[in-house]
Design a protein around this ligand. Structure first.
Ligand code: SAM
Ligand code: DTB
Ligand code: SF4
Length: 327
Protein backbone atom coordinates (compact mmCIF):
# COMPACT_ATOMS: atom_id res chain seq x y z
CA UNK A 1 0.00 0.00 0.00
CA UNK A 2 1.21 3.52 -0.78
CA UNK A 3 2.09 5.78 2.15
CA UNK A 4 -0.65 8.23 1.13
CA UNK A 5 -3.30 5.49 1.35
CA UNK A 6 -1.92 4.42 4.69
CA UNK A 7 -2.21 7.96 5.99
CA UNK A 8 -5.87 7.88 5.05
CA UNK A 9 -6.66 4.55 6.70
CA UNK A 10 -4.82 5.52 9.86
CA UNK A 11 -6.68 8.69 10.58
CA UNK A 12 -9.22 7.11 12.91
CA UNK A 13 -10.47 9.71 15.36
CA UNK A 14 -8.82 9.56 18.75
CA UNK A 15 -11.67 8.45 20.96
CA UNK A 16 -12.21 6.09 23.84
CA UNK A 17 -14.11 3.65 21.61
CA UNK A 18 -12.17 3.64 18.33
CA UNK A 19 -8.66 2.28 18.44
CA UNK A 20 -6.31 4.72 16.77
CA UNK A 21 -4.28 2.00 15.09
CA UNK A 22 -4.98 -1.57 14.06
CA UNK A 23 -2.40 -4.34 13.89
CA UNK A 24 -3.11 -4.64 10.15
CA UNK A 25 -2.26 -0.96 9.64
CA UNK A 26 0.98 -1.21 11.57
CA UNK A 27 1.90 -4.41 9.71
CA UNK A 28 1.41 -2.45 6.48
CA UNK A 29 3.92 0.08 7.79
CA UNK A 30 6.41 -2.72 8.52
CA UNK A 31 5.92 -4.04 4.99
CA UNK A 32 6.72 -0.75 3.24
CA UNK A 33 10.06 -0.61 1.43
CA UNK A 34 12.57 0.54 4.07
CA UNK A 35 13.28 3.84 2.32
CA UNK A 36 9.58 4.70 2.12
CA UNK A 37 9.07 3.77 5.76
CA UNK A 38 12.00 5.91 6.92
CA UNK A 39 10.87 8.81 4.71
CA UNK A 40 7.45 8.71 6.27
CA UNK A 41 8.79 8.37 9.83
CA UNK A 42 11.22 11.25 9.29
CA UNK A 43 8.35 13.42 8.05
CA UNK A 44 6.33 12.70 11.20
CA UNK A 45 9.44 13.32 13.30
CA UNK A 46 10.15 16.71 11.70
CA UNK A 47 6.53 17.79 12.10
CA UNK A 48 6.75 17.19 15.86
CA UNK A 49 10.36 17.51 17.02
CA UNK A 50 13.68 19.17 16.30
CA UNK A 51 15.22 16.35 14.19
CA UNK A 52 18.73 17.17 15.42
CA UNK A 53 18.08 17.02 19.16
CA UNK A 54 18.45 13.86 21.23
CA UNK A 55 17.42 13.50 24.86
CA UNK A 56 19.88 11.68 27.12
CA UNK A 57 19.00 9.73 30.27
CA UNK A 58 21.50 8.02 32.53
CA UNK A 59 20.55 4.76 34.21
CA UNK A 60 21.59 3.47 37.62
CA UNK A 61 20.65 0.12 39.10
CA UNK A 62 19.87 1.06 42.71
CA UNK A 63 18.90 -2.50 43.67
CA UNK A 64 20.36 -5.31 41.63
CA UNK A 65 19.46 -8.99 41.20
CA UNK A 66 17.50 -11.47 43.29
CA UNK A 67 14.18 -10.66 41.62
CA UNK A 68 11.26 -13.04 42.19
CA UNK A 69 10.04 -12.71 38.60
CA UNK A 70 10.88 -15.06 35.74
CA UNK A 71 11.29 -12.66 32.78
CA UNK A 72 13.20 -14.87 30.33
CA UNK A 73 15.51 -12.10 29.14
CA UNK A 74 16.58 -10.74 32.50
CA UNK A 75 19.95 -11.10 34.21
CA UNK A 76 18.34 -10.12 37.52
CA UNK A 77 15.81 -12.91 37.95
CA UNK A 78 16.69 -15.11 40.95
CA UNK A 79 15.54 -18.08 38.85
CA UNK A 80 18.47 -18.04 36.43
CA UNK A 81 22.15 -18.64 37.00
CA UNK A 82 23.68 -15.46 35.57
CA UNK A 83 26.84 -13.49 36.35
CA UNK A 84 24.83 -10.72 38.01
CA UNK A 85 25.58 -10.45 41.72
CA UNK A 86 22.74 -9.63 44.07
CA UNK A 87 23.09 -6.24 45.78
CA UNK A 88 21.07 -4.43 48.44
CA UNK A 89 19.32 -1.11 47.91
CA UNK A 90 22.07 1.43 47.35
CA UNK A 91 22.74 4.09 50.02
CA UNK A 92 21.33 7.54 49.25
CA UNK A 93 24.71 9.31 49.11
CA UNK A 94 26.02 6.90 46.43
CA UNK A 95 22.92 7.49 44.31
CA UNK A 96 23.23 11.25 44.61
CA UNK A 97 26.94 11.10 43.70
CA UNK A 98 26.12 9.05 40.58
CA UNK A 99 23.38 11.51 39.60
CA UNK A 100 25.74 14.47 40.00
CA UNK A 101 28.32 12.74 37.81
CA UNK A 102 25.66 12.03 35.17
CA UNK A 103 24.54 15.66 35.22
CA UNK A 104 28.14 16.85 34.84
CA UNK A 105 28.53 14.60 31.78
CA UNK A 106 25.40 16.11 30.21
CA UNK A 107 22.45 13.82 31.03
CA UNK A 108 19.14 15.63 31.53
CA UNK A 109 17.33 12.75 33.25
CA UNK A 110 18.42 10.22 35.86
CA UNK A 111 16.63 6.84 35.86
CA UNK A 112 16.87 4.58 38.89
CA UNK A 113 16.03 0.91 38.40
CA UNK A 114 15.25 -1.76 40.99
CA UNK A 115 14.96 -5.51 40.45
CA UNK A 116 11.67 -5.91 42.25
CA UNK A 117 8.32 -7.38 41.38
CA UNK A 118 7.19 -4.18 43.08
CA UNK A 119 8.42 -2.03 45.98
CA UNK A 120 7.60 -2.75 49.62
CA UNK A 121 6.46 0.38 51.44
CA UNK A 122 9.67 0.75 53.46
CA UNK A 123 11.80 0.34 50.33
CA UNK A 124 9.64 2.89 48.55
CA UNK A 125 10.33 5.39 51.34
CA UNK A 126 14.06 5.12 50.59
CA UNK A 127 13.44 5.55 46.86
CA UNK A 128 11.34 8.65 47.61
CA UNK A 129 14.40 10.20 49.28
CA UNK A 130 16.45 9.39 46.16
CA UNK A 131 13.85 11.05 43.93
CA UNK A 132 13.78 14.18 46.12
CA UNK A 133 17.57 14.53 46.18
CA UNK A 134 18.07 13.89 42.46
CA UNK A 135 15.30 16.33 41.63
CA UNK A 136 17.02 18.91 43.86
CA UNK A 137 20.08 18.65 41.59
CA UNK A 138 17.93 20.06 38.79
CA UNK A 139 17.62 16.80 36.89
CA UNK A 140 14.47 15.12 35.62
CA UNK A 141 13.77 11.98 37.62
CA UNK A 142 12.64 8.53 36.51
CA UNK A 143 12.30 5.26 38.39
CA UNK A 144 11.46 1.72 37.34
CA UNK A 145 10.47 -0.35 40.36
CA UNK A 146 8.04 -2.93 39.00
CA UNK A 147 4.33 -3.11 39.79
CA UNK A 148 2.84 -0.46 42.06
CA UNK A 149 0.23 -0.90 44.77
CA UNK A 150 -2.53 1.61 45.46
CA UNK A 151 -1.16 4.90 46.79
CA UNK A 152 2.48 4.31 45.79
CA UNK A 153 2.29 6.30 42.54
CA UNK A 154 0.88 9.30 44.42
CA UNK A 155 3.78 9.17 46.89
CA UNK A 156 6.24 9.13 43.98
CA UNK A 157 4.47 12.08 42.39
CA UNK A 158 4.61 14.02 45.67
CA UNK A 159 8.36 13.36 45.92
CA UNK A 160 8.84 15.03 42.54
CA UNK A 161 8.99 12.06 40.17
CA UNK A 162 8.78 13.09 36.51
CA UNK A 163 8.65 9.67 34.74
CA UNK A 164 7.83 6.09 35.70
CA UNK A 165 9.24 3.41 33.40
CA UNK A 166 7.18 0.26 33.11
CA UNK A 167 7.42 -1.54 29.80
CA UNK A 168 4.67 -3.61 28.22
CA UNK A 169 7.73 -5.43 26.85
CA UNK A 170 5.93 -7.56 24.26
CA UNK A 171 2.58 -8.29 22.64
CA UNK A 172 -0.12 -9.51 25.02
CA UNK A 173 -0.39 -12.70 22.90
CA UNK A 174 3.32 -13.49 23.27
CA UNK A 175 3.75 -12.28 26.85
CA UNK A 176 3.07 -15.66 28.48
CA UNK A 177 5.86 -17.29 26.48
CA UNK A 178 8.41 -14.92 28.01
CA UNK A 179 7.02 -14.20 31.50
CA UNK A 180 4.80 -16.44 33.61
CA UNK A 181 4.94 -14.80 37.06
CA UNK A 182 2.84 -11.78 36.12
CA UNK A 183 0.60 -10.78 33.24
CA UNK A 184 0.34 -8.12 30.57
CA UNK A 185 -2.81 -6.91 32.34
CA UNK A 186 -0.79 -6.45 35.55
CA UNK A 187 1.54 -4.16 33.59
CA UNK A 188 -1.41 -2.18 32.23
CA UNK A 189 -2.77 -1.78 35.73
CA UNK A 190 0.45 -0.13 36.93
CA UNK A 191 0.50 2.12 33.86
CA UNK A 192 -3.03 3.27 34.79
CA UNK A 193 -1.90 4.08 38.31
CA UNK A 194 1.07 6.07 37.05
CA UNK A 195 -1.09 7.99 34.59
CA UNK A 196 -3.77 8.68 37.20
CA UNK A 197 -1.16 10.06 39.60
CA UNK A 198 -0.09 12.60 36.97
CA UNK A 199 3.37 11.11 36.36
CA UNK A 200 4.70 10.93 32.79
CA UNK A 201 4.56 7.39 31.42
CA UNK A 202 7.66 5.71 29.99
CA UNK A 203 6.68 2.40 28.39
CA UNK A 204 8.05 0.40 25.50
CA UNK A 205 9.33 -3.07 24.84
CA UNK A 206 12.03 -5.49 23.82
CA UNK A 207 12.36 -6.93 20.38
CA UNK A 208 14.32 -9.97 19.23
CA UNK A 209 12.88 -12.38 21.80
CA UNK A 210 11.52 -14.80 19.17
CA UNK A 211 8.30 -12.87 18.63
CA UNK A 212 6.83 -12.58 15.13
CA UNK A 213 6.58 -9.37 13.14
CA UNK A 214 2.87 -9.45 13.90
CA UNK A 215 3.70 -9.57 17.63
CA UNK A 216 5.96 -6.55 17.19
CA UNK A 217 3.22 -4.66 15.35
CA UNK A 218 0.74 -5.61 18.08
CA UNK A 219 3.05 -4.31 20.82
CA UNK A 220 3.31 -0.98 19.00
CA UNK A 221 -0.49 -0.86 18.67
CA UNK A 222 -0.95 -1.66 22.39
CA UNK A 223 1.33 1.24 23.29
CA UNK A 224 -0.12 3.70 20.76
CA UNK A 225 -3.71 2.87 21.70
CA UNK A 226 -3.30 3.43 25.43
CA UNK A 227 -5.83 6.04 26.55
CA UNK A 228 -2.94 8.48 26.21
CA UNK A 229 0.27 7.27 24.48
CA UNK A 230 3.37 7.11 26.69
CA UNK A 231 5.44 10.31 26.70
CA UNK A 232 8.53 8.14 26.38
CA UNK A 233 8.80 4.85 24.45
CA UNK A 234 11.98 2.82 24.95
CA UNK A 235 12.65 0.28 22.22
CA UNK A 236 15.13 -2.28 23.53
CA UNK A 237 16.97 -4.79 21.39
CA UNK A 238 17.37 -8.00 23.37
CA UNK A 239 20.75 -8.15 25.08
CA UNK A 240 21.31 -11.91 25.31
CA UNK A 241 22.34 -12.79 28.87
CA UNK A 242 24.18 -16.09 29.43
CA UNK A 243 22.19 -18.27 31.85
CA UNK A 244 18.76 -16.92 30.83
CA UNK A 245 16.33 -18.87 28.64
CA UNK A 246 16.86 -16.35 25.81
CA UNK A 247 20.68 -16.51 25.92
CA UNK A 248 21.00 -18.23 22.56
CA UNK A 249 18.07 -16.64 20.78
CA UNK A 250 18.82 -16.00 17.10
CA UNK A 251 19.68 -12.36 16.42
CA UNK A 252 17.07 -10.29 14.65
CA UNK A 253 17.85 -8.50 11.37
CA UNK A 254 18.91 -4.98 12.47
CA UNK A 255 16.65 -3.46 9.79
CA UNK A 256 13.71 -5.00 11.64
CA UNK A 257 14.79 -2.99 14.68
CA UNK A 258 14.89 0.16 12.52
CA UNK A 259 11.40 -0.66 11.22
CA UNK A 260 10.15 -0.97 14.80
CA UNK A 261 11.56 2.47 15.66
CA UNK A 262 9.85 3.92 12.57
CA UNK A 263 6.53 2.25 13.45
CA UNK A 264 6.75 3.71 16.97
CA UNK A 265 7.53 7.17 15.61
CA UNK A 266 4.63 7.15 13.11
CA UNK A 267 2.05 5.79 15.54
CA UNK A 268 3.19 7.90 18.53
CA UNK A 269 4.17 11.18 16.81
CA UNK A 270 4.55 13.24 19.98
CA UNK A 271 6.38 10.65 22.11
CA UNK A 272 10.09 10.54 22.72
CA UNK A 273 11.21 7.26 21.14
CA UNK A 274 14.27 5.90 22.90
CA UNK A 275 16.92 3.82 21.20
CA UNK A 276 17.52 1.76 24.33
CA UNK A 277 19.27 -1.53 25.18
CA UNK A 278 21.44 -3.08 22.50
CA UNK A 279 23.27 0.07 21.39
CA UNK A 280 26.67 -1.27 22.42
CA UNK A 281 26.47 -3.92 19.72
CA UNK A 282 25.29 -1.42 17.08
CA UNK A 283 27.57 0.41 14.66
CA UNK A 284 27.42 4.21 14.62
CA UNK A 285 25.84 3.92 11.17
CA UNK A 286 23.01 1.70 12.42
CA UNK A 287 22.35 4.11 15.29
CA UNK A 288 22.21 7.00 12.80
CA UNK A 289 19.62 5.02 10.82
CA UNK A 290 17.57 4.63 14.02
CA UNK A 291 17.70 8.42 14.56
CA UNK A 292 16.64 8.93 10.94
CA UNK A 293 13.73 6.56 11.59
CA UNK A 294 12.60 8.79 14.45
CA UNK A 295 14.47 7.78 17.61
CA UNK A 296 15.27 10.92 19.62
CA UNK A 297 16.31 9.68 23.02
CA UNK A 298 18.98 7.33 24.37
CA UNK A 299 20.63 5.97 27.49
CA UNK A 300 23.89 7.81 28.08
CA UNK A 301 26.59 6.43 30.34
CA UNK A 302 28.85 3.40 30.30
CA UNK A 303 26.29 1.08 31.90
CA UNK A 304 22.63 0.20 31.50
CA UNK A 305 21.48 -1.79 34.54
CA UNK A 306 23.70 -4.87 34.50
CA UNK A 307 25.11 -4.68 30.97
CA UNK A 308 27.27 -2.26 29.05
CA UNK A 309 26.35 0.77 26.98
CA UNK A 310 28.61 2.69 24.58
CA UNK A 311 31.22 4.75 26.40
CA UNK A 312 30.42 8.42 26.87
CA UNK A 313 33.37 9.44 24.66
CA UNK A 314 32.05 7.30 21.82
CA UNK A 315 28.58 8.86 22.14
CA UNK A 316 30.01 12.38 22.34
CA UNK A 317 32.00 11.71 19.17
CA UNK A 318 28.89 10.31 17.47
CA UNK A 319 26.87 13.42 18.38
CA UNK A 320 29.64 15.62 16.96
CA UNK A 321 29.88 13.54 13.75
CA UNK A 322 26.12 13.69 13.23
CA UNK A 323 25.79 17.34 14.23
CA UNK A 324 23.11 16.51 16.80
CA UNK A 325 22.72 18.27 20.11
CA UNK A 326 21.80 16.83 23.49
CA UNK A 327 18.63 18.00 25.22
N1 SAM B 1 11.77 -4.82 37.65
C1 SAM B 1 11.24 -3.72 36.97
C2 SAM B 1 10.42 -4.11 35.77
O1 SAM B 1 10.50 -5.25 35.34
O2 SAM B 1 9.71 -3.24 35.26
C3 SAM B 1 12.29 -2.71 36.54
C4 SAM B 1 13.61 -3.20 35.98
S1 SAM B 1 13.52 -4.13 34.46
C5 SAM B 1 15.19 -4.71 34.32
C6 SAM B 1 13.34 -2.84 33.23
C7 SAM B 1 13.29 -3.23 31.78
O3 SAM B 1 14.58 -3.60 31.31
C8 SAM B 1 12.44 -4.41 31.37
O4 SAM B 1 11.08 -4.10 31.30
C9 SAM B 1 13.00 -4.73 30.00
O5 SAM B 1 12.31 -4.02 29.00
C10 SAM B 1 14.43 -4.23 30.07
N2 SAM B 1 15.39 -5.36 29.99
C11 SAM B 1 15.74 -6.19 30.99
N3 SAM B 1 16.63 -7.10 30.56
C12 SAM B 1 16.86 -6.83 29.25
C13 SAM B 1 17.68 -7.44 28.25
N4 SAM B 1 18.43 -8.51 28.51
N5 SAM B 1 17.67 -6.92 27.01
C14 SAM B 1 16.90 -5.83 26.73
N6 SAM B 1 16.10 -5.23 27.64
C15 SAM B 1 16.08 -5.72 28.88
C1 DTB C 1 14.29 0.27 29.43
O1 DTB C 1 13.34 0.18 28.61
N1 DTB C 1 15.50 -0.21 29.22
C2 DTB C 1 16.34 0.01 30.38
C3 DTB C 1 15.43 0.85 31.31
N2 DTB C 1 14.19 0.88 30.60
C4 DTB C 1 15.27 0.47 32.71
C5 DTB C 1 16.93 -1.23 30.93
C6 DTB C 1 17.73 -2.03 29.92
C7 DTB C 1 18.34 -3.18 30.59
C8 DTB C 1 19.27 -3.95 29.71
C9 DTB C 1 19.85 -5.12 30.36
C10 DTB C 1 20.63 -4.82 31.62
O2 DTB C 1 21.51 -3.92 31.61
O3 DTB C 1 20.44 -5.53 32.61
FE1 SF4 D 1 12.53 -8.70 37.79
FE2 SF4 D 1 12.16 -6.60 36.17
FE3 SF4 D 1 14.06 -8.46 35.62
FE4 SF4 D 1 11.49 -9.10 35.37
S1 SF4 D 1 12.60 -7.52 34.18
S2 SF4 D 1 13.07 -10.35 36.38
S3 SF4 D 1 10.57 -7.94 37.05
S4 SF4 D 1 14.03 -7.08 37.35
Amino acid sequence: MQASTLAAVSSNPQSATAPRWTVAEVLELYELPLMDLIWRAQGVHRANFDPNAIQRSTLLSVKTGGCSEDCSYCSQSARYDTDTQRERLMPLDEVVAAAKAAKDKGASRFCMGAAWKGPKDNDLDRVLDMVREVKALGMQTCVTLGMLKDGQAEKLKDAGLDYYNHNLDTDKEFYGQVIKTHTHDDRLDTLDQVRDAGINVCSGGIIGMGESRKNRAALIVQLANLPQPPESVPINNLVPIPGTPLADNPRLDPFEFVRTIAAARITMPKSWVRLSAGRQEMSDELQALCFLAGANSMFYGDHLLTTGNPEVDRDDALFARLGVKAV
